[in-house]
Write a protein that binds this ligand. Sequence first.
Ligand code: MG
Length: 269
Amino acid sequence: MKIIRFLTAGREQLGRLHEDNSVTLLSGELCGELHDTSQPAVVDKLLAPIDPRDILCVGLNYRQHAAETGAEPPEHPVLFLKNSGAVQNPGDPIELPRRLRSDRVDYECELAVVIRKRCHNVRRDEALDYVLGYTCGNDVSARDWQKQGGGGQWCRGKSFATFCPLGPAIATTDEIPDPNQLAIRTIVNDNVMQDWNTNDMIFDVPTLIEFLSASMVLNPGTVILTGTPHGVGFARTPPVYLQPGDQVTVEIEKIGRLTNPVTEEPLAT
Ligand code: MG
């Protein structure tokens, strides 16, 4: 099923999104037992489908993206962390940083894996048993603070507020038995900027979970961003960066479309 999180009459709820876009209320916990009450729900405001405990990100995980950045394909998954405070809801703005200013804010469409149960030292062939489902992610990146201003770390440039849109729904694993056969795209305004398939991942989803769970404990509610295909803005000639007034959509087959407008960070006067 497809799970959404939303506000109704000021209350946060989980719901099941049906084919006809109607929603019924779910009872229970996102990473526990969920039960469809069949009770119709009114969605006042859609939220990111999960408030992640940790956000683990994999860099340079698509062959053609590694090539466009001039990097050799990595021997092991390249791991970095993104602050969970960066999560943004579908439809809410990606804010271009203005206090710590960035003029090089870029999009990255990514398949986001949601971990359902505590995961440590799991084998590749059992890895998907630990997954609740998949959603769309945008690993928004301030390239200036990721690279020149990053002190050798990517965390800062990837963790500004609003830099992790997630949603609109989590498609559970029964809907997506193979996460490595999904079309994935980014559209900025009317321009298709990335248009590829998760089958180009250097390390597929089960391999990532095996590797990550061998190097750390993945708790329920962890989100893994699995890397982006080629076509990012900074690797284009000339480079393309997000501007106020833009609209960015990440679209993944069998999951849905995650759209966010782009604005400037408001500063208190
Ligand atoms: Mg990324």
